[in-house]
Design a protein around this ligand. Structure first.
Ligand code: FEO
Length: 392
């Protein structure tokens, strides 16, 4: 794709990657993604904000073929999907200076072997003149690396936010509007990338809300021409408020755990408690992560394999431990053959989440009348907790 005009002298550059399905070797991205770079041609100086994955360098260099000079290459984030082609750009424009945050310098030299002599670091709040336009650098750390910053084009009120507010979405739409599909992709992105830093996201939202913003131009997915659309979503997702939702990831070997899950789910529905079930052999872990953005409670269903939880339940518990959703309550249910340690193992894995454990229903073999009674009791406890949350 050629470069695209956003407005006079400001262009989208980069790549729409329709085929990519996995990020960081583990994160499913069913809708592909894009790597956005932005060219800003001021009256005196020209800046390029971020680049693309090194495997797509040729595409970016073709887009730059008619650009005679670049004075500043701005790296908002050192991760390679945005910095991977910086060496090519610096080579093509030997007079250009690489601008980055203080913490990014070390990362850019370590990951890309960039000559430190080419780098000029900027402080939080520092400005850079392009002649008629001014760029202001705003430190927005931990979204999602320690060095991340945003760049604000003051006169045109554009916030170039890199990963912050991004969406893994391959589309020819340059602008997001209030498109629900893009909102869903942004939620998946938030869940998979930003959620572990939820509290810092809140702080960064407070920072960027101090600026008059007409456009948010992230480095993945479309540009937000209605910035309040994505800011309000981020405020909701990162808030401390949970919703009336129980997420139930489970795996079953001989059907008993499945039967327990279905019984509990039915009991919850009878009490107007919403739930989403994720059978771990068929479920998209990204969809599960999206549900965890909102959920108040997780119930993990796992049988015992030998003396511990099923490996797929261990995996989902580990993912939760890493993503750090704002859950408040948890429980474990499942069947075992001859010994029952699965629940304690799962609790240990997610102990960093500091959840209130609401119970452990386990049964030797197939569920019995007593099992159903315990599941009814668990549903009562969950409902009580949810009613109490909703009434606040
Ligand atoms: Fe899109 Fe953290 O890189």
């Amino acid at each position: 794709m050629n470069k695209r005009k956003i407005m006079d002298n400001i262009f989208w550059m980069g790549v729409i990657d329709w085929n990519r399905r996995l990020f960081d070797g583990m994160i499913p991205i069913p809708d592909g993604t894009s790597y956005n770079a932005y060219l800003i041609e001021g009256s005196e100086k020209t800046a390029l904000i971020d680049t693309v994955e090194s495997e797509w360098s040729e595409t970016l260099m073709k887009q730059l073929s008619n650009v005679k000079k670049i004075d500043f290459v701005i790296s908002n984030h050192a991760e390679q999907d945005h910095s991977g082609s910086i060496p090519n750009v610096l080579e093509k424009y030997p007079e250009s200076i690489l601008i980055c945050s203080l913490k990014a310098k070390d990362l850019l030299t370590a990951h890309l072997k960039i000559d430190a002599e080419r780098i000029q670091t900027v402080e939080d709040g520092e400005v850079l003149s392009l002649g008629n336009w001014t760029l202001k650098f705003i430190y927005t750390p931990w979204v999602h690396w320690p060095e991340t910053m945003s760049t604000y084009l003051q006169e045109e009120k554009i916030l170039f936010s890199c990963d912050f507010f991004g969406s893994h979405m391959a589309t020819t739409e340059l602008f997001a509007g209030n498109n629900q599909q893009i909102s869903d992709a942004a939620k998946r992105y938030y869940a998979e990338i930003m959620m572990p830093y939820r509290k810092i996201v809140q702080k960064n939202l407070d920072i960027v809300k101090n600026f008059d913003i007409k456009y948010i131009a992230p480095s993945h997915g479309p540009i937000y021409d209605e910035p309040e659309f994505i800011i309000s979503k981020y405020e909701d997702w990162s808030s401390d408020n949970v919703k009336n939702l129980v997420v139930i990831p489970y795996i079953s070997m001989h059907g008993s755990t499945k039967e327990m899950v279905e019984y509990l789910a039915s009991a919850l529905a009878d009490k107007d408690i919403r739930y989403e079930i994720f059978e771990l052999n068929v479920s998209d872990i990204g969809k599960l992560a999206m549900a965890l953005v909102d959920a108040a409670t997780v119930v993990i269903g796992t049988p015992t394999v030998n003396v511990g939880p099923h490996p797929k339940a261990v995996y989902v518990a580990s993912v939760m431990s890493v993503l750090k959703p704002k859950l408040k309550y948890a429980a474990v249910i499942g069947s075992f053959g001859w010994t029952a340690h699965a629940a304690q193992n799962i609790c240990d894995i997610i102990s960093n989440l500091k959840l209130e454990m609401l119970g452990n229903v386990s049964v030797k073999g197939v569920p019995t009348a007593s099992t159903y009674k315990e599941l009814d009791a668990l549903a009562d406890i969950i409902a009580g907790k949810h009613y109490s949350l909703m009434s606040k």
